[in-house]
Design a protein. Structure first.
Length: 317
């Protein structure tokens, strides 16, 4: 199903329109890894696609022994990478659930990330996987110059990833999350880091969305006129600039960047720019993500509400 078409139902699968990935997910759920090997092998050198596919496949494989079998039967960079992704996911889930096995799972995950990084030193993905655990360890490196609050965080690990891929999307989002209040950060730190990272990114980069991500993360419905924040000139300007510079580049993506499009569409709707939001929704097609909609209520209901505001079809209409 191509992005831009809407046949009456949302598609929530994280593979979106990456048909190869969607097919591999079926194999992984059935306990087969050969297609996963091939799908990851063809992403060597394409870091955005490699990050996307390995993350989605890890979510499919985390509750089975598939990666352990793969690593034992056919070790290689792709097997090591998916093991790192799965091990990190298990460790983070355990930490969030206050599972007594957390410390052991973290050690396994760190070892898996190191093994994957050694297997393919040119790949930033194992380091990005390690960055996903940084909030658990509360790394406190000093911040570089240019930030008002100078919040400490995993700056050295982040800098290493940027030395391999300066504009790695997932790395930036993982790093920003370390400063969210729910992970021990603060609203001011999240704003500061989001602005710092967003402003240094190229005008046509999806990283320009980082301040809008922080805006959703810091949303407090108890504040007076909380839903009108997006109408403030600075946020209108931010959303419209992303619409102008980044949205046209989406047609060149190997898969539809659903989450980024969702944040953009949401910001434009909240800023009362329905025509521009309509273009973002059209680029998204039928594909849907829980964020940012789940922050404001049931994600399907909130997504439908936003689409209606733009005069677009919703399920059941």
């Amino acid at each position: 199903m191509a992005a831009g078409l809407f046949e009456g139902q949302y598609v929530w699968h994280p593979a979106a329109d990456d048909r190869v990935l969607a097919s591999v997910c079926v194999d992984v759920r059935a306990g087969r890894y050969l297609s996963a090997r091939d799908a990851l092998t063809e992403t060597r050198g394409h870091f955005a696609l490699r990050a996307h596919r390995s993350l989605v496949l890890a979510s499919e494989a985390a509750d089975s022994d598939l990666v352990e079998r793969w690593l034992a039967e056919e070790p290689g960079p792709e097997a090591a990478l998916l093991w790192a992704r799965v091990a990190v996911l298990r460790a983070v889930r355990a930490a969030d659930a206050r599972d007594p096995r957390t410390e052991a799972l973290e050690r396994i995950a760190l070892a898996a990330c190191d093994r994957a990084a050694t297997a393919d030193p040119a790949d930033p993905t194992p380091w990005v996987a390690k960055l996903a655990m940084a909030r658990l360890h509360r790394l406190r490196d000093g911040a570089p110059r240019g930030l008002l609050t100078a919040p400490p965080g995993p700056w050295r690990l982040f800098a290493h990833i940027l030395s391999i891929d300066p504009w790695h999307r997932e790395a930036h989002h993982r790093f920003l999350a370390c400063f969210f209040t729910r992970y021990g950060g603060s609203v001011t730190a999240a704003w500061d880091v989001a602005a710092f990272l967003g402003q240094r990114a190229p005008a046509d980069s999806p990283l320009r969305l980082l301040p809008l991500v922080a805006l959703v993360e810091c949303y407090d419905p108890t504040q007076l006129l909380a839903d009108r924040v997006w109408e403030q000139p600075q946020w209108r300007t931010t959303a419209l600039a992303i619409h102008h510079h980044w949205l046209p580049t989406v047609t060149d993506y190997p898969f539809t960047p659903v989450l980024d499009l969702a944040y953009l569409a949401h910001a434009l709707v909240m800023a009362r720019h329905e025509e521009e939001a309509r273009a973002a929704f059209t680029a998204m097609g039928p594909y849907a993500s829980r964020m940012p909609w789940s922050v404001f209520g049931d994600p399907a209901e909130q997504l439908s509400r936003a689409r209606r505001a733009c005069g677009l079809l919703v399920p059941g209409a």
